[in-house]
Design a binder for this molecule. Structure first.
Ligand SMILES: [Fe+2]
Length: 206
């Protein structure tokens, strides 16, 4: 049985779509993304509650999004900002940027920390210490899809309760289907992931 069939499906009635916002995709500002999202919704006849947020890369363009009063950043559940960094290097002024986001009144969801190869266990602990930054597991990471190191990082973070939320990182449904079919998750890890899915549900519906 593919592991995704035992993942908690109660939360799967609502999804946040989180297109990338980064210096490579300058057109992805809130106004442009909202317009495309409304076009999508208008043509959608399903019964899943689709919502729009974004995944912000902490690069040189990030400040302009954070400071934009006219087009405020697209958030999850009003005040949660989903951010990511490069896989190889920390952003310049990483911790100052985190403080700046906090001062603006946002909570931070850090996407797929297990994939940041520059981070170690101390970094995980420091990032979590303030209590306003949450880790989001990429669902494919514990399957080994991104390699052994990322899988091991994900297992460590899962087993030690670092994660609060999870996300699919779906770019292509077929890739995801194959990845979940050929790899496996242990029952223990599946249980942990179901807790994250329940947390997602709480955030979406409260
Ligand atoms: Fe990402």
């Amino acid at each position: 049985m593919p592991p995704w069939t035992v993942l908690n499906s109660r939360a799967c009635r609502a999804f946040y779509l989180t297109p990338h916002v980064m210096e490579n995709f300058l057109e992805n500002n809130p106004k442009f993304l909202k317009q495309h999202f409304y076009n999508l919704i208008n043509g959608y006849a399903g019964n899943i509650d689709l919502r729009l947020a974004a995944e912000y890369m902490l690069d040189s363009s990030f400040d302009s999004h954070l400071e934009n009063r006219e087009n405020k950043p697209l958030t999850i559940a009003d005040d949660h900002l989903l951010v990511e960094t490069s896989y190889l290097n920390p952003p310049l002024n990483f911790h100052q940027t985190i403080q700046k986001i906090k001062q603006k009144g946002y909570r931070i969801i850090l996407a797929h920390p297990e994939r940041y190869l520059y981070m170690d266990r101390n970094d995980y602990r420091k990032l979590k210490a303030d209590g306003f930054l949450f880790f989001q597991l990429n669902l494919l990471s514990p399957t080994g899809y991104y390699g052994k190191q990322v899988r091991e990082n994900a297992e460590y973070l899962l087993k030690n309760d670092f994660y609060t939320f999870t996300g699919t990182d779906i770019h292509n449904l077929e890739f995801h289907r194959q990845a979940f079919n050929i790899k496996s998750l242990t029952a223990k890890l599946t249980d942990r992931i179901n807790i994250l899915i329940e947390n997602n549900r709480q955030l979406l519906f409260n």
